[in-house]
Design a protein around this ligand. Structure first.
Ligand SMILES: Cc1cc2nc3c(=O)[nH]c(=O)nc-3n(C[C@H](O)[C@H](O)[C@H](O)COP(=O)(O)O)c2cc1C
Ligand code: SF4
Length: 337
Protein backbone atom coordinates (compact mmCIF):
# COMPACT_ATOMS: atom_id res chain seq x y z
CA UNK A 1 0.00 0.00 0.00
CA UNK A 2 1.45 3.37 -0.98
CA UNK A 3 -0.62 5.66 1.25
CA UNK A 4 -0.95 7.99 -1.70
CA UNK A 5 -3.73 10.03 -0.10
CA UNK A 6 -1.84 10.63 3.14
CA UNK A 7 1.22 11.71 1.18
CA UNK A 8 -0.50 13.76 -1.51
CA UNK A 9 0.50 17.41 -1.40
CA UNK A 10 -2.07 20.19 -1.14
CA UNK A 11 -1.97 24.00 -1.21
CA UNK A 12 -4.24 26.20 0.88
CA UNK A 13 -4.20 29.84 -0.14
CA UNK A 14 -0.54 30.46 -0.93
CA UNK A 15 0.83 27.77 1.39
CA UNK A 16 2.12 24.38 0.20
CA UNK A 17 1.74 21.25 2.39
CA UNK A 18 3.93 18.32 1.33
CA UNK A 19 1.54 15.81 2.94
CA UNK A 20 -1.63 15.57 5.04
CA UNK A 21 -0.08 14.58 8.35
CA UNK A 22 -0.22 17.19 11.11
CA UNK A 23 1.36 17.06 14.55
CA UNK A 24 -1.39 18.53 16.76
CA UNK A 25 -0.62 20.86 19.65
CA UNK A 26 0.63 18.90 22.67
CA UNK A 27 1.76 20.64 25.83
CA UNK A 28 5.23 19.46 26.90
CA UNK A 29 6.45 21.59 29.82
CA UNK A 30 9.77 21.94 27.93
CA UNK A 31 9.33 25.70 27.52
CA UNK A 32 8.16 26.86 24.10
CA UNK A 33 11.39 28.38 22.77
CA UNK A 34 14.09 26.55 24.74
CA UNK A 35 16.82 24.43 23.09
CA UNK A 36 14.98 21.39 24.45
CA UNK A 37 11.75 22.38 22.74
CA UNK A 38 13.39 23.39 19.45
CA UNK A 39 15.19 20.02 19.17
CA UNK A 40 12.04 18.09 20.16
CA UNK A 41 9.95 19.72 17.40
CA UNK A 42 12.73 19.73 14.79
CA UNK A 43 13.26 15.99 15.17
CA UNK A 44 9.58 15.42 14.35
CA UNK A 45 9.85 17.72 11.34
CA UNK A 46 12.83 15.68 10.17
CA UNK A 47 10.72 12.56 10.65
CA UNK A 48 8.51 13.61 7.77
CA UNK A 49 5.41 15.21 9.31
CA UNK A 50 3.97 17.81 6.92
CA UNK A 51 2.96 20.37 9.53
CA UNK A 52 3.50 20.99 13.21
CA UNK A 53 1.17 22.98 15.43
CA UNK A 54 3.24 24.10 18.41
CA UNK A 55 1.57 23.42 21.74
CA UNK A 56 -0.92 25.82 23.34
CA UNK A 57 0.96 29.05 24.12
CA UNK A 58 -0.55 31.97 26.05
CA UNK A 59 -0.99 34.86 23.62
CA UNK A 60 0.29 37.50 26.06
CA UNK A 61 3.75 35.81 26.09
CA UNK A 62 4.37 37.06 22.56
CA UNK A 63 4.82 40.61 23.90
CA UNK A 64 8.12 39.58 25.54
CA UNK A 65 11.16 40.64 23.44
CA UNK A 66 13.36 37.64 24.41
CA UNK A 67 10.52 35.29 23.56
CA UNK A 68 10.10 37.00 20.16
CA UNK A 69 13.79 36.54 19.32
CA UNK A 70 13.79 32.84 20.24
CA UNK A 71 10.59 32.24 18.26
CA UNK A 72 12.41 32.86 15.03
CA UNK A 73 14.93 30.12 15.90
CA UNK A 74 12.05 27.70 16.48
CA UNK A 75 10.33 28.52 13.18
CA UNK A 76 13.59 28.42 11.18
CA UNK A 77 14.68 25.11 12.65
CA UNK A 78 11.36 23.41 11.88
CA UNK A 79 11.26 24.83 8.35
CA UNK A 80 14.84 23.68 7.69
CA UNK A 81 13.85 20.21 8.91
CA UNK A 82 11.06 20.09 6.33
CA UNK A 83 7.69 20.93 7.94
CA UNK A 84 5.26 23.84 8.00
CA UNK A 85 4.84 25.36 11.43
CA UNK A 86 1.90 26.96 13.22
CA UNK A 87 1.42 27.97 16.85
CA UNK A 88 -1.65 27.32 18.97
CA UNK A 89 -2.64 30.45 20.89
CA UNK A 90 -4.40 30.29 24.24
CA UNK A 91 -5.66 32.75 26.80
CA UNK A 92 -3.29 33.14 29.77
CA UNK A 93 -1.94 29.87 31.09
CA UNK A 94 -2.68 26.43 29.72
CA UNK A 95 -4.33 24.60 31.45
CA UNK A 96 -6.17 27.74 32.34
CA UNK A 97 -7.73 28.64 35.63
CA UNK A 98 -11.41 27.99 35.06
CA UNK A 99 -12.54 31.59 35.29
CA UNK A 100 -16.26 31.77 34.65
CA UNK A 101 -16.75 33.45 31.23
CA UNK A 102 -19.96 34.98 32.48
CA UNK A 103 -17.98 37.17 34.88
CA UNK A 104 -15.23 38.43 32.52
CA UNK A 105 -15.51 42.22 32.08
CA UNK A 106 -15.70 43.58 28.51
CA UNK A 107 -12.37 45.42 28.76
CA UNK A 108 -10.68 42.14 29.69
CA UNK A 109 -12.28 40.42 26.67
CA UNK A 110 -10.95 43.22 24.49
CA UNK A 111 -7.47 42.76 25.97
CA UNK A 112 -7.59 39.03 25.10
CA UNK A 113 -8.47 39.92 21.49
CA UNK A 114 -5.61 42.43 21.34
CA UNK A 115 -3.20 39.79 22.71
CA UNK A 116 -4.25 37.28 20.04
CA UNK A 117 -3.85 39.79 17.22
CA UNK A 118 -0.50 41.01 18.53
CA UNK A 119 0.69 37.39 18.83
CA UNK A 120 -0.41 36.76 15.23
CA UNK A 121 1.66 39.72 14.02
CA UNK A 122 4.71 38.51 15.95
CA UNK A 123 4.36 34.98 14.53
CA UNK A 124 4.09 36.30 10.98
CA UNK A 125 7.27 38.36 11.49
CA UNK A 126 9.05 35.37 13.06
CA UNK A 127 8.40 33.30 9.92
CA UNK A 128 5.57 31.00 11.08
CA UNK A 129 3.01 29.76 8.57
CA UNK A 130 0.03 30.66 10.72
CA UNK A 131 -1.64 30.50 14.12
CA UNK A 132 -4.44 28.53 15.72
CA UNK A 133 -6.55 30.03 18.52
CA UNK A 134 -7.49 27.24 20.93
CA UNK A 135 -11.29 27.19 21.00
CA UNK A 136 -11.63 23.55 22.07
CA UNK A 137 -11.61 21.20 25.06
CA UNK A 138 -13.60 23.33 27.51
CA UNK A 139 -10.98 26.06 27.90
CA UNK A 140 -12.05 29.71 28.10
CA UNK A 141 -12.50 30.34 24.38
CA UNK A 142 -14.62 27.19 24.11
CA UNK A 143 -16.63 28.23 27.16
CA UNK A 144 -17.73 31.39 25.34
CA UNK A 145 -19.52 29.15 22.82
CA UNK A 146 -21.09 26.96 25.49
CA UNK A 147 -24.67 27.65 26.65
CA UNK A 148 -23.75 25.87 29.88
CA UNK A 149 -20.75 28.03 30.79
CA UNK A 150 -21.71 31.27 29.04
CA UNK A 151 -24.69 32.83 30.81
CA UNK A 152 -23.86 36.40 29.71
CA UNK A 153 -26.54 38.66 28.39
CA UNK A 154 -24.50 41.11 26.32
CA UNK A 155 -22.72 41.12 22.93
CA UNK A 156 -20.67 38.07 23.97
CA UNK A 157 -23.44 35.83 25.27
CA UNK A 158 -27.07 34.90 24.78
CA UNK A 159 -28.05 33.23 21.50
CA UNK A 160 -25.67 31.07 19.47
CA UNK A 161 -24.52 34.02 17.33
CA UNK A 162 -23.55 36.12 20.35
CA UNK A 163 -21.79 33.13 21.90
CA UNK A 164 -19.57 32.87 18.80
CA UNK A 165 -18.76 36.59 18.75
CA UNK A 166 -15.55 36.38 20.80
CA UNK A 167 -14.01 33.82 18.43
CA UNK A 168 -15.18 35.76 15.36
CA UNK A 169 -13.61 38.98 16.71
CA UNK A 170 -10.33 37.11 17.23
CA UNK A 171 -10.36 35.59 13.73
CA UNK A 172 -11.26 38.94 12.13
CA UNK A 173 -8.41 40.61 14.00
CA UNK A 174 -5.93 37.91 12.98
CA UNK A 175 -7.02 38.10 9.34
CA UNK A 176 -6.38 41.85 9.41
CA UNK A 177 -2.68 41.23 10.13
CA UNK A 178 -2.21 38.08 7.98
CA UNK A 179 -1.06 37.80 4.40
CA UNK A 180 -2.04 35.17 1.83
CA UNK A 181 0.70 32.75 2.95
CA UNK A 182 -0.09 33.09 6.65
CA UNK A 183 -3.03 30.86 7.52
CA UNK A 184 -5.52 31.25 10.33
CA UNK A 185 -6.69 27.98 11.89
CA UNK A 186 -9.18 27.47 14.71
CA UNK A 187 -9.46 24.46 17.01
CA UNK A 188 -13.01 23.63 18.03
CA UNK A 189 -14.74 20.77 19.82
CA UNK A 190 -17.74 20.02 17.57
CA UNK A 191 -20.20 18.78 20.21
CA UNK A 192 -20.40 19.53 23.92
CA UNK A 193 -21.02 16.10 25.36
CA UNK A 194 -23.20 17.35 28.24
CA UNK A 195 -26.92 17.93 28.86
CA UNK A 196 -27.82 21.42 27.65
CA UNK A 197 -24.51 21.77 25.78
CA UNK A 198 -24.09 22.94 22.20
CA UNK A 199 -24.83 20.58 19.32
CA UNK A 200 -23.29 19.73 15.95
CA UNK A 201 -25.95 21.97 14.35
CA UNK A 202 -24.64 24.90 16.44
CA UNK A 203 -21.12 24.03 15.30
CA UNK A 204 -22.19 24.08 11.65
CA UNK A 205 -23.63 27.61 12.12
CA UNK A 206 -20.40 28.63 13.86
CA UNK A 207 -18.16 27.15 11.15
CA UNK A 208 -20.14 29.02 8.47
CA UNK A 209 -19.53 32.31 10.27
CA UNK A 210 -15.85 31.47 10.77
CA UNK A 211 -15.59 30.79 7.05
CA UNK A 212 -17.21 34.16 6.26
CA UNK A 213 -14.49 35.81 8.38
CA UNK A 214 -11.89 34.09 6.19
CA UNK A 215 -10.87 31.18 8.43
CA UNK A 216 -8.51 28.94 6.43
CA UNK A 217 -8.69 25.59 8.28
CA UNK A 218 -10.94 24.27 11.05
CA UNK A 219 -9.22 21.82 13.40
CA UNK A 220 -12.07 19.60 14.64
CA UNK A 221 -11.11 18.05 17.97
CA UNK A 222 -13.78 16.05 19.80
CA UNK A 223 -11.45 15.41 22.74
CA UNK A 224 -14.01 14.26 25.26
CA UNK A 225 -16.03 12.06 22.90
CA UNK A 226 -17.13 8.69 24.25
CA UNK A 227 -14.35 6.08 23.76
CA UNK A 228 -15.71 4.23 20.73
CA UNK A 229 -16.86 7.35 18.91
CA UNK A 230 -16.00 7.78 15.22
CA UNK A 231 -13.81 10.87 15.58
CA UNK A 232 -13.76 11.55 11.86
CA UNK A 233 -17.54 11.58 11.43
CA UNK A 234 -17.94 15.05 12.94
CA UNK A 235 -15.10 16.53 10.89
CA UNK A 236 -16.64 15.03 7.75
CA UNK A 237 -20.02 16.57 8.55
CA UNK A 238 -18.49 20.03 9.01
CA UNK A 239 -16.46 19.66 5.83
CA UNK A 240 -19.53 18.52 3.87
CA UNK A 241 -21.95 21.13 5.16
CA UNK A 242 -19.61 24.12 5.35
CA UNK A 243 -17.03 23.44 2.64
CA UNK A 244 -14.02 24.50 4.69
CA UNK A 245 -10.72 22.55 4.89
CA UNK A 246 -10.68 20.48 8.09
CA UNK A 247 -8.19 18.62 10.27
CA UNK A 248 -9.44 15.53 12.07
CA UNK A 249 -7.74 14.04 15.11
CA UNK A 250 -7.94 11.15 17.54
CA UNK A 251 -6.41 7.67 17.65
CA UNK A 252 -5.20 7.78 14.03
CA UNK A 253 -2.32 5.48 14.83
CA UNK A 254 -2.99 2.94 12.10
CA UNK A 255 -1.64 4.26 8.77
CA UNK A 256 -4.35 2.51 6.69
CA UNK A 257 -7.04 4.22 8.75
CA UNK A 258 -5.42 7.64 8.41
CA UNK A 259 -5.02 7.21 4.64
CA UNK A 260 -8.65 6.05 4.27
CA UNK A 261 -9.93 9.17 6.08
CA UNK A 262 -8.33 11.38 3.43
CA UNK A 263 -9.39 9.08 0.59
CA UNK A 264 -13.01 8.96 1.77
CA UNK A 265 -13.22 12.73 2.21
CA UNK A 266 -13.55 12.79 5.99
CA UNK A 267 -10.89 15.47 6.27
CA UNK A 268 -8.16 17.29 4.39
CA UNK A 269 -5.59 16.61 7.13
CA UNK A 270 -5.14 13.95 9.78
CA UNK A 271 -3.50 14.95 13.04
CA UNK A 272 -1.44 12.29 14.80
CA UNK A 273 -0.50 13.20 18.34
CA UNK A 274 0.76 10.61 20.76
CA UNK A 275 2.14 8.33 18.04
CA UNK A 276 4.50 11.15 17.08
CA UNK A 277 5.69 11.17 20.68
CA UNK A 278 6.35 7.44 20.62
CA UNK A 279 7.90 7.65 17.13
CA UNK A 280 9.09 10.96 15.66
CA UNK A 281 9.96 9.22 12.37
CA UNK A 282 6.50 7.69 11.92
CA UNK A 283 5.66 9.50 8.63
CA UNK A 284 8.98 8.54 6.99
CA UNK A 285 8.62 4.93 8.16
CA UNK A 286 5.07 4.72 6.74
CA UNK A 287 6.21 6.21 3.45
CA UNK A 288 9.16 3.80 3.23
CA UNK A 289 7.01 0.79 4.22
CA UNK A 290 9.19 0.18 7.31
CA UNK A 291 6.34 -0.89 9.60
CA UNK A 292 8.73 -3.23 11.40
CA UNK A 293 10.54 -0.17 12.77
CA UNK A 294 7.51 1.75 14.06
CA UNK A 295 7.54 2.39 17.80
CA UNK A 296 3.78 2.19 18.42
CA UNK A 297 1.95 4.27 21.02
CA UNK A 298 0.23 2.12 23.63
CA UNK A 299 -2.52 4.67 24.34
CA UNK A 300 -1.66 4.33 28.02
CA UNK A 301 -1.39 8.09 28.75
CA UNK A 302 1.07 7.32 31.54
CA UNK A 303 4.00 9.60 30.69
CA UNK A 304 2.31 12.08 28.32
CA UNK A 305 -1.03 13.12 29.86
CA UNK A 306 0.03 11.62 33.19
CA UNK A 307 3.13 13.79 33.52
CA UNK A 308 1.22 16.87 32.38
CA UNK A 309 -1.24 16.32 35.19
CA UNK A 310 1.72 16.19 37.58
CA UNK A 311 3.02 19.41 35.96
CA UNK A 312 6.36 17.88 34.96
CA UNK A 313 7.95 17.58 31.49
CA UNK A 314 6.27 14.89 29.39
CA UNK A 315 7.93 11.68 28.27
CA UNK A 316 6.73 8.39 26.77
CA UNK A 317 6.79 4.84 28.12
CA UNK A 318 8.02 3.44 24.80
CA UNK A 319 10.29 6.36 23.87
CA UNK A 320 12.44 7.71 26.70
CA UNK A 321 14.13 10.07 24.19
CA UNK A 322 11.14 12.45 24.36
CA UNK A 323 12.54 15.67 25.81
CA UNK A 324 16.14 14.49 25.42
CA UNK A 325 16.43 15.24 21.69
CA UNK A 326 18.74 18.22 22.31
CA UNK A 327 21.21 15.90 24.09
CA UNK A 328 21.10 13.26 21.37
CA UNK A 329 21.16 15.27 18.13
CA UNK A 330 24.02 13.28 16.56
CA UNK A 331 22.15 9.98 16.85
CA UNK A 332 18.75 10.94 15.41
CA UNK A 333 19.23 9.40 11.99
CA UNK A 334 20.28 6.04 13.48
CA UNK A 335 16.63 5.43 14.33
CA UNK A 336 15.82 5.16 10.63
CA UNK A 337 18.23 2.32 9.91
C1 LIG B 1 0.63 15.39 26.33
C2 LIG B 1 -0.50 16.01 25.57
C3 LIG B 1 -0.67 17.38 25.57
C4 LIG B 1 -1.71 17.99 24.85
N1 LIG B 1 -1.79 19.35 24.80
C5 LIG B 1 -2.70 19.94 23.99
C6 LIG B 1 -2.69 21.35 23.79
O1 LIG B 1 -1.82 22.10 24.26
N2 LIG B 1 -3.67 21.87 23.00
C7 LIG B 1 -4.63 21.09 22.41
O2 LIG B 1 -5.50 21.61 21.71
N3 LIG B 1 -4.62 19.75 22.55
C8 LIG B 1 -3.69 19.15 23.30
N4 LIG B 1 -3.63 17.79 23.38
C9 LIG B 1 -4.56 16.95 22.56
C10 LIG B 1 -3.87 16.55 21.23
O3 LIG B 1 -3.67 17.67 20.41
C11 LIG B 1 -4.71 15.51 20.44
O4 LIG B 1 -5.91 16.13 20.07
C12 LIG B 1 -4.98 14.25 21.25
O5 LIG B 1 -3.78 13.76 21.80
C13 LIG B 1 -5.64 13.17 20.40
O6 LIG B 1 -4.81 12.74 19.36
P1 LIG B 1 -4.00 11.33 19.42
O7 LIG B 1 -5.01 10.26 19.71
O8 LIG B 1 -3.40 11.20 18.04
O9 LIG B 1 -2.98 11.46 20.50
C14 LIG B 1 -2.62 17.16 24.12
C15 LIG B 1 -2.44 15.78 24.13
C16 LIG B 1 -1.40 15.20 24.81
C17 LIG B 1 -1.20 13.71 24.74
S1 SF4 C 1 3.12 7.53 27.26
FE1 SF4 C 1 1.75 5.94 26.46
S2 SF4 C 1 0.02 7.09 25.51
FE2 SF4 C 1 1.65 8.56 25.89
S3 SF4 C 1 2.68 8.65 23.90
FE3 SF4 C 1 3.79 7.14 25.15
S4 SF4 C 1 2.87 5.14 24.68
FE4 SF4 C 1 1.50 6.75 23.89
Amino acid sequence: MSYEYLFSPISIKGLYFKNRIVMPPMATNFGIVTDQSIAYYSKRALGGVGSIIIEGTPAHLFRNKNFQERLKLLADSIHKSGANVFVQLTIRSNPQPRKDVTEIPIDEIESYIEDFVYAGKVCLEAGFDGVEPHGAHGFIMNQFFSPIFNRRNDDYGGDVYRRMRFALDVIRGLKSVANDRFLILYRHTPVEWKDGGYSLEDTILFARELKKEGLDILDVSPSTAPGSYDYGALAREVKKQVGIPVIMVGKMYVPDLADSKIREGYADFVAIGRTLLSDPFLPKKIQDGRFDLINSCRQCNIKCHGYLRRRIPISCVVNPSVGREFLERGSWSRELR
